[in-house]
Design a protein around this ligand. Structure first.
Ligand SMILES: NCc1[nH]cc(CCC(=O)O)c1CC(=O)O
Length: 320
């Protein structure tokens, strides 16, 4: 007589947006392939960031706007893991939770998506006064720095909503992450991949982060099968840089990372909102010292005036 082991269930929490679901179902599918005897169950929920759509993101701050509800679920024991776009996951996590896995990154660059009437244009050749939709201060500050002839207007909503607003003529062009468009099979909308010399991407952009409870060792062992070491090393360096600057995802801080053999190169920048001041520098070191490199770069930028820029921005956001 065969006795079948009781089936184990791992509950995966996810936001309900189309992008979040595509990412979560990918994680579910991959884990299922590795562990056919475990049941992986997806639980969806709305986060504060999904509900507040009429306020500029910069004003509500970043204290886990897209992650809090998922984290409460794990702490309550309602779910076991949560799948996030890593760039939406704050660099300091609530007590009792940890970043358990970083999976392979898509292209972390930003993309220009244009209205049909500008299909022969690039950022450089868009007419003066063209309205660019973005809710990211990082994209705004860097593009203002390089293209002072452009105007910027906040845009919110999920990817489809944003593309619809563009097509309806509310904007001449919008900036989106290459990764999001690619994952939703909409890479045909990418008109120009913005080079890193023009716009450094957000910390963690293009990677998925799987969060779990600290000390949940069997869960950690399960999710670690999806870890991609080079992506994890790059993202740990990027996150340490952001953490050391005390910046959330809603400040004009951008990065770029590359790995060559055992060397990791991290470039980072802090810019003022008007784009007039932009401080940028690079550090290189061993991949095994990823977090120290992030901290080192943060101090390098602070020595060049980054803290003053950030303080001004925090004050400005508070006032507006
Ligand atoms: N803040 C929203 C968000 N979070 C993750 C992505 C895209 C996918 C990614 O960067 O991993 C986006 C949309 C965007 O920036 O265009």
């Amino acid at each position: 007589m065969s006795v079948s082991a009781p089936t184990r269930t791992v509950r995966i929490a996810s936001r309900k947006s189309q992008l979040a679901l595509v990412q979560t179902y990918w994680v579910q599918g991959e884990l299922q392939k590795h562990f056919p005897d475990i049941t992986f169950e997806v639980q969806t929920m709305s986060t504060q960031g999904d509900k507040i759509l009429d306020v500029a993101l910069a004003k509500i701050g970043d204290k886990g706007l897209f992650t809090k509800e998922l984290e409460v679920g794990m702490l309550n024991g309602d779910s076991d893991i949560a799948v996030h776009s890593l760039k939406d996951l704050p660099t300091r996590l609530p007590e009792g939770l940890m970043l358990g896995c970083v999976s392979e990154r898509e292209d972390p660059a930003d993309a220009l998506v244009v209205h049909e009437k500008h299909k022969d244009k690039q950022l450089e050749t868009l007419p003066a006064g063209a309205i660019i939709g973005t809710s990211s201060l990082r994209r705004l500050a860097q593009l203002r720095h390089h293209y002072p002839h452009l105007e910027f207007k906040d845009i919110r909503g999920n990817l489809n909503t944003r593309l619809q607003k563009l097509d309806d003529g509310e904007y001449d062009a919008i900036i989106l992450a290459v990764a999001g468009l690619t994952r939703l099979n909409m890479s045909d909308r990418i008109h120009q991949v913005i080079p890193s010399e023009i716009s450094l991407h957000a910390v963690g952009q293009g990677a998925l982060g799987i969060e779990c409870r600290e000390g949940d060792d069997d869960i950690l062992e399960i999710i670690k099968v999806l870890e991609h070491t080079p992506t994890a090393q790059r993202c740990y360096a990027e996150r340490a840089f952001l953490r050391e600057l005390e910046g959330g995802c809603q400040v004009p801080i951008g990065v770029n990372t590359a790995i060559n053999g055992d060397q990791l190169t991290l470039t980072g920048m802090v810019a003022s909102l008007d784009g007039k001041r932009l401080i940028k520098d690079t550090v290189t070191g061993n991949t095994t010292d990823a977090e120290e490199l992030g901290i080192q770069l943060a101090h390098k930028l602070k020595d060049q005036g980054a803290q003053e820029i950030l303080n001004e921005i925090f004050a400005e956001i508070q006032r507006s």
